[in-house]
Design a protein around this ligand. Structure first.
Ligand code: GCO
Length: 427
């Protein structure tokens, strides 16, 4: 595995999944607060009310990150901590103060903060007033993006506008498994995706104007990715073709509807009606990719695996996914999320042994190094996640962290994979 000297090694989290303090210091209600407080939506009716209590424990967590040895930390800002009603006249000083403290604590510890503006926690007031289908929400997002950019661009260089527009629309407004839990017709959901693209583009333009210095702006995309069974030309061509051809059943879980619009300024088969598409692609500095697994493809099409195939362990996707995405979009790539949920627990020796995660990481990071060897401009990798945290509709059932959280006590226990990742980074 060889990585460039200045390669960015980090970990990723998101506000609602780790912070807790859901109603503290003036924070407003987000759609995830409402969704979790609605019985029957989340596994065991769990909520992010406390989560990992990162709001109170961020200094300890950042100290633990310095032990890990990461050079960057990707986190999101809770919109309702800054503008409790979404677009208040003035920002909530205490909310801003928390992120000032967090950013300053990162910098003091030699960790570069990477800010994500929107990781799903839309202000409830805006959802109630038409949500992403309303101009108010788009304008509110631009106002929020400007405020964050003006306030932090003296200390923060990397900003992402939106995390996974594909999942926001698919899970939040189509399947209804995520907040706000709506099941709308496909063309309405596509209009919401269109609004997200407009909000992204307007925010990028506004941030370029108000930044206090040269900043790097991108967003995080997720979706279907395929990899070839063999290195044959036929397999590779078919894998690339199927990566960028949306299937009818799950057309929202694809990169190209959103990415073709906001990077290339082009429509594809599903969004021909976006007649403003040429105004949706202000230049970006990087493309974030959240990659967990993919589909094996031979020249005959998607390979059907037998019963019990470990479909979440498909490491080749972390080589071919970046290769195909870089070839199409020609932007430096940051793996903004990759990780593995394991049935982690505290062993009799008091430690958390997660050999399966170490195996996963060894395979995936090895494949990522192959993409770089092949000339793909990958500039960073953020492990999902730093600590175990609130996994949306699955609640706390899934553990993705390098650090185990004992939720009864809030205790943090670095897993074996923490030490493995630390050694990898130092090597
Ligand atoms: C996502 C989200 C994360 C998830 C992670 C594990 O990609 O779905 O960005 O918030 O927790 O991916 O599912």
């Amino acid at each position: 595995m060889n990585f460039p000297k200045d390669f960015i090694w980090g970990t990723a989290t998101s506000a609602y999944q780790i912070e807790g303090a859901y109603n503290r210091d003036g924070k407003g209600v987000s759609i995830w607060d409402t969704f979790c407080h609605t019985p029957g939506k989340i596994n065991d009716n769990e909520t992010g009310d406390i989560a990992c209590d990162h709001y109170d424990k961020y200094e300890d967590d950042i100290k633990l990150m310095t032990e890990l040895g990461i050079s960057a930390y990707r986190f999101s800002i809770s919109w309702t901590r800054i503008f409790p009603e979404g677009d208040d006249e003035i920002p909530n000083a205490k909310g801003l103060q928390f992120y000032d403290n967090l950013v300053n604590c990162c910098l003091k510890n030699g960790i570069t903060p990477h800010i994500t503006l929107f990781h799903w926690d839309l202000p409830q007031t805006l959802e109630d007033d038409g949500g992403w289908l309303s101009e108010r929400t788009i304008n509110a997002f631009v106002k929020y993006a400007e405020l964050i950019c003006e306030h932090f661009s003296d200390r923060v260089e990397y900003f992402s506008t939106i995390n996974e527009p594909q999942i926001i629309t698919r899970m939040g407004y189509s399947t209804g498994q995520h907040a706000p839990g709506l099941t709308l017709p496909d063309d309405t959901v596509l209009e919401i995706l269109h609004s997200l693209a407009k909000a992204h583009a307007a925010a990028v333009r506004a941030m370029r104007k108000c930044a206090k210095r040269k900043i790097k702006i991108g967003f995080s995309s997720t979706g279907n990715l395929c990899y070839p069974s063999t290195g044959s030309k036929e397999d590779i061509e078919m894998a690339k073709k199927l990566t960028f051809s949306t299937n009818k059943e799950d057309f929202l879980f694809c990169h190209q509807i959103f990415c073709d619009a906001v990077i290339l300024g082009k429509t594809c088969e599903y969004n021909r009606s976006w007649d403003d598409v040429e105004a949706l692609n202000p230049p970006l500095d990087f493309l974030g990719l959240n990659i967990y697994n993919g589909h094996e493809v031979s020249s005959d099409g998607i390979v059907k695996h037998g019963i019990g195939f470990a479909r979440t362990v498909t490491p080749e996707v972390l080589c071919w996914g970046p290769v195909f995405m870089y070839e199409r979009y020609k932007l430096p790539i940051i793996i903004t999320e990759n990780g593995f949920s394991c049935n982690d627990h505290i062993f009799l020796d008091g430690k958390v042994h997660d050999a399966d995660r170490i195996d996963y990481l060894t395979r995936y990071i090895n494949e990522l190094s192959k993409a770089i060897d092949a000339g793909t401009d990958v500039i960073g990798y953020f492990h999902w996640s730093f600590t175990d945290n609130f996994e949306w509709h699955s609640g706390y059932n899934e553990r993705f962290g390098l650090v185990y959280i004992d939720y009864a006590t809030g205790r943090r226990i670095p897993k074996d994979s923490f030490r493995w990742y630390s050694q990898l980074i130092r090597r």
